[in-house]
Design a protein around this ligand. Structure first.
Ligand code: GLU
Length: 312
């Protein structure tokens, strides 16, 4: 049996010393100011044991990791009707690309690229006020973690609102195709604030537990989604969770994962663990450079892989 605690500590030491740390996102000003020397990792096993190392308790901007949870909420709200407005195919394009929207009639390839997540925000908004939807989102994150301290970082949200021209372009373009029902500025406000939630590796690993546990929160026994829905969210994380780096992540790590430009990656080893790694420097695809390396080493050393369920 692998000693998970020892593996996690060993990886944190290796990552602290790693010379090639990638580049922090600079298109959202407060993210550009984060120390690239940070590294944190938290692994929560199916029995609830938590192994954390490095900066695992320091909150960072979850950015696109929120898309896993907003998708979960939107499926809860409209069920499979969501798939009439968002696809389920990997895009093979950058996270903020607009090109496919033109030939695909404003239907984003999947819920994890920006365009798809903006449609998901529109679905969540429905006829509600933005602050009601954001309140619901925060309540969801707090209930999954059992932690009421989780908040949105207004400074990050304001900075992104001031410079989010690409997302505004995506939203306007989809609106022109009739794939947004609410006013563009309200949808973008919701999307940007969801991305601006700050959480630590430990909190994100807690939030991801239902995805390793067939849709149930193992701490409370309460059902978050059905087992089939948990499987499908995991499938989307595997195929689309790292944008045009999704194939590489599946090849190297072999676990469903979702990255964010804040440098976090949430990964799920079904039946075994919910994992979050954080290192702010990104690779050329906009995914955490050392977060990816750390998860690759964790998968190798534990034997965890959805392609080898008896490994480990
Ligand atoms: N808020 C970021 C954006 O929309 C999220 C991107 C990401 O984390 O990949 O550009």
């Amino acid at each position: 049996m692998a000693d998970i605690g020892a593996i996690v500590r060993e990886i944190a030491e290796e990552m602290a010393a790693a010379p090639d740390r990638g580049r922090v996102a600079d298109y959202i000003a407060p993210l550009a100011a984060i120390d690239p020397g940070k590294f944190g990792i938290a692994v929560i096993e199916a029995d609830g044991t938590c192994h954390a190392a490095g900066d695992a308790d320091e909150p960072f901007s979850i950015q696109s990791i929120c898309k896993v949870f907003t998708l979960t909420m939107a499926l809860g709200k409209v069920g499979d009707a969501l798939w009439q407005r968002v696809g389920r195919e990997p895009s093979g394009s950058a996270f903020n690309s607009i090109v496919q929207l033109e030939t695909e009639a404003g239907i984003p390839r999947n819920p994890f690229i920006n365009a798809g997540a903006i449609v998901v925000s529109d679905v969540l908004l429905g006829g509600l006020e933005p602050r009601e939807v954001l309140g619901e989102f925060l309540r969801f994150m707090r209930s999954l973690t059992g932690d009421d301290t989780i908040v949105m970082d207004e400074i990050v949200a304001r900075a992104e609102q001031a410079t989010g021209f690409r997302n505004a372009a995506l939203a306007n373009y989809m609106k022109a195709f009739g794939n947004l029902t609410n006013p563009v500025d309200r949808v973008l406000g919701v999307y940007i604030h969801q991305c601006a939630v700050a959480m630590s590796c430990r909190q994100l690993a807690l939030a991801g537990r239902f995805l390793m546990a067939r849709g149930r929160n193992p701490a409370t026994g309460g059902g978050v989604v059905s087992p089939g829905r948990a499987r499908r969210i995991n499938a989307l994380m595997m195929t689309c969770g790292h944008y045009d780096g999704s194939g590489e992540f599946a090849f190297r790590v072999g676990l469903p994962g979702k990255s964010g430009v804040g440098g976090g990656i949430l990964a799920v080893a079904p039946g075994r663990a919910s994992i979050c790694a954080w290192a702010p420097g990104l690779n050329e695809r906009g995914n955490s450079q050392l977060g990816s390396v750390a998860l690759e080493r964790l998968a190798q050393r534990t034997g965890w892989s959805v392609f080898d369920p008896v490994g480990g």
